[in-house]
Design a protein around this ligand. Structure first.
Ligand SMILES: Cc1cc2nc3c(=O)[nH]c(=O)nc-3n(C[C@H](O)[C@H](O)[C@H](O)COP(=O)(O)OP(=O)(O)OC[C@H]3O[C@@H](n4cnc5c(N)ncnc54)[C@H](O)[C@@H]3O)c2cc1C
Length: 373
């Protein structure tokens, strides 16, 4: 049972955000900056954010050509342009919010590995399609630079996206949390929301922490729980997609700069702290990776290791230090869901595979909804 003191000082807020991933934290921070007198709490079930935002690869990316080709079959040109705009706008917003130093943003470019000459056929088309999104044509063929990279001879072509880069995911999340705390936002971790009384006013939120039930109340609720949202709002078009990541031990004299993709964006790697971080391969076992459980997938991990040794750094002795997985959310549409779910309950979810790119922009869209209701 709660004490009188707990009831009067800890339980009621103007806005409660569920989930402390990039969307939950950015929403809380930006809302508080616009409305300093609002009381805001974030409820997070993990010891720290525990979905995708602390598990990702840290690519500031907007879609490689082979990935856009795939998307074009499903969405059409207009949606490709809108999605790419959202990704670019989101990274610009994130850089404005935290600053490049806090993000360790490095504008190293994004490089797509091509395996035959047709890889470069569509550069001109996509530069034209995206001409109003980026300040300059984003794509260029840089195949002649392949001599400077350690890749296997199987890689025959290289395409650069000049606006892509990398961030340090850990620093980004650490700095978002620090900024939220500095602004007086309360963050409760180890606090899982089990149920919402959606039609109550204020909304009642039933949580479990340390085996104790605690009921919070708020005038407005924002669900920023991405892949995990369906346990609280079952009707959303959203399914989980797990992603696998490996990191190597430090590699002496590793001289590699950039962020790299291949196989329609499904595979990616980058250097970090003299190591290679590589991941993806979800297309190799989509059914197995449609899961909310944080687990390894041996089929995918062995392909990633094979790529590391035979494609990315052939001939080098490289050992794996560790691996992990994170859970994303996908749906029929590539667009995130940002909507009012009931009178005082709002949701921003289904961030897809480029949620770091769109996260801060999604927060802006969610805030517009919160402010107009
Ligand atoms: C392996 C991997 C690599 C990726 N690489 C990139 C990349 O390079 N670039 C890029 O742009 N994007 C990348 N992404 C995608 C990106 O990380 C996500 O789209 C983004 O982090 C989603 O943010 P979010 O805040 O919506 O969700 P999340 O980060 O999943 O946050 C949701 C939070 O809600 C909490 N939660 C859930 N249910 C409850 C509950 N009932 N009660 C309380 N708390 C709850 C979870 O613990 C979690 O902390 C990658 C994702 C993965 C998994």
């Amino acid at each position: 049972m709660l004490s009188y003191w707990e009831k009067v000082s800890f339980i009621k807020y103007d806005l409660i955000i569920i989930g402390s991933g990039i969307v939950g934290l950015s929403t809380a921070i930006k809302y508080k900056q616009r409305h300093p007198n609002t009381s805001i709490a974030i409820l997070e079930r993990g010891v720290f954010p525990s979905g995708a935002s602390t598990k990702n690869a840290g690519f500031a990316c907007f879609g490689s050509i082979s990935e856009l080709e795939d998307d074009l079959k499903e969405c059409g040109e207009d949606e490709i342009v809108t999605l790419t705009e959202k990704r670019y706008r989101g990274i610009c917003e994130l850089r404005k919010l935290l600053g490049d130093e806090a993000l360790q943003f490095e504008p190293v470019g994004g490089f797509e590995l091509g395996f035959d000459p047709s890889a470069c056929d569509r550069i001109h088309y996509y530069n034209g399609l995206l001409e109003n999104v980026f300040p300059k044509a984003p794509f260029s063929e840089v195949t002649e630079d392949l001599k400077n990279y350690p890749f296997s001879k199987k890689v025959t072509h290289l395409i650069k996206h000049r606006f892509e880069g990398t961030i340090h995911t850990g620093k980004m999340m650490r700095n978002l949390i620090d900024l939220a705390l500095e602004l007086g936002i309360q963050i409760y971790t180890g606090c899982e929301v089990k149920h919402l009384e959606r039609d109550s006013n204020p909304v009642r939120i039933h949580t479990v922490s340390n085996k104790q039930m605690v009921e919070f109340r708020a005038s407005q609720i924002a669900l920023c729980t991405n892949a995990f949202t369906t346990s609280l709002l079952p009707d959303l078009d959203l399914e989980p997609g797990r992603g696998q990541v490996l990191i190597t031990k430090p590699i002496p004299n590793l001289n590699l700069q950039g962020s790299f993709h291949y196989h329609r964006g499904y595979h990616y790697f980058r250097p970090i702290d003299n190591r290679i971080l590589l991941g993806g391969g979800r297309q190799l076992d989509k059914a197995g990776e449609t899961s909310l459980v944080f687990e390894s997938n041996d089929t995918i991990l062995s392909q990633l290791k094979e790529d590391l040794h035979s494609l990315i750094l052939p001939g080098l002795e490289v050992s794996i230090e560790s691996n992990w997985s994170g859970i994303m959310a996908f749906g029929k549409s590539k667009n995130p869901i940002v909507k009012k779910a009931s009178e005082n309950v709002f949701v921003a979810a289904r961030l897809g595979g480029m949620g770091i790119a769109i996260g801060a922009g999604v927060a802006d869209d969610l805030i517009k909804l919160l402010e107009t209701h």
